[in-house]
Ligand binder design. Structure first.
Ligand SMILES: C[S@@+](CC[C@H](N)C(=O)[O-])C[C@H]1O[C@@H](n2cnc3c(N)ncnc32)[C@H](O)[C@@H]1O
Length: 273
């Protein structure tokens, strides 16, 4: 089971993303907490998608920028009221450089795990750190892996069964590289079968901490949700906050400007779109 292109998830999901995830529980709390952490801004969202979080943050008066690998996802953002006012760079969040810094960089809703390898995740977090102003924060929202879901390396679950459709989740797990290759299979009597890929490389909270430490960030907080609830061994997801120490001297590398480019940004390393 190998790696996958950066745009795979977004290109496949763009047409149905808002219908399925546009109104995720906790979105309001996420916006509230992110706005608090951002202070005066500006803010950068990695994997901005259709703007579920970016649009309400911008509506609060924050300057919000985004990065996303999928032009069809960003087209959905653009089609929304004020969606065109958010500058988005199309490119791989593991490889981008923007020539400015932010008070907050965040990657929400497990999007860090869309990157297919530990190497890509390390580069992503190093890139996030390089784009923080001194004292700025990097926030990750992700699930805590639950390997009990898998039986001998595979899982099949019925996630939705109605008269109009059934949705099956079919997955294979490779514990060596911590990858899950899966698809949501949507079966309807009228439209037949549709497959939506969800390929991830998961990381434990401790591994994310180590990646952040490698990037020169300090761990500041870990909550089990956007209401800043305590995190413990029973928590199924985490919101982790890291901070770039004030006065550590590093700065964003010059590179591709934050803006509205529709072209893939030249990757720093070998992975591209
Ligand atoms: C699960 S969606 C989350 C969208 C949005 N952040 C939200 O919370 O609703 C993941 C997003 O990350 C984008 N994405 C996945 N891999 C990426 C990569 N390597 N670089 C940039 N964006 C990526 C997808 O195109 C998609 O828009």
């Amino acid at each position: 089971m190998g790696e996958w292109p950066a745009a795979e998830y977004g290109d496949a999901w763009a047409a149905v993303y808002d219908e399925r995830h546009g109104d995720l529980p906790g979105t309001g709390d996420a916006v509230e907490t992110l706005a608090r952490l951002a202070g005066a801004g500006p803010v950068l969202e990695l994997g901005i998608g259709t703007g579920r979080l970016a649009l309400p943050l911008a509506a609060r008066g924050l300057e919000v920028h985004g990065v996303d690998a999928s032009a069809p996802m960003v087209d959905r953002l653009r089609a929304k009221p004020r969606g065109d006012s958010i500058p988005v760079t199309i490119g791989d969040m593991a490889s981008l450089t923007l020539d400015r810094t932010f008070s907050l960089v965040f990657v929400a809703f497990n999007t860090l795990f869309n990157l297919p390898s530990q190497e890509a995740q390390v580069r992503c977090i190093a890139g996030a750190a390089a784009h923080l102003a001194p004292g700025g924060r990097f926030v990750v929202e992700a699930f805590v892996p639950d390997l009990g879901r898998f039986d001998r390396g595979q899982a099949v679950r019925a996630t939705d069964v109605t008269e109009a459709h059934v949705v099956l989740e079919i997955a294979r797990h490779d514990p060596v590289v911590q990858r899950v290759h899966s698809a949501r299979v949507v079966v309807t009597p009228t439209d037949g079968i549709r497959m939506l890929p969800v390929n991830i490389r998961y990381a434990w909270p401790a591994e994310v901490d180590l990646m952040a430490r490698l990037a020169g960030l300090e761990h500041e907080e870990r909550w089990s949700g956007w209401q800043r609830q305590p995190f413990d061994e029973s928590s199924r997801q985490h919101v982790s906050v890291y901070r770039r120490p004030a006065g550590d001297g590093h700065a964003a590398q010059p590179g591709v400007r934050a803006g509205r480019s529709r072209r893939p940004v030249p990757p720093i390393a070998t992975e591209g779109l």
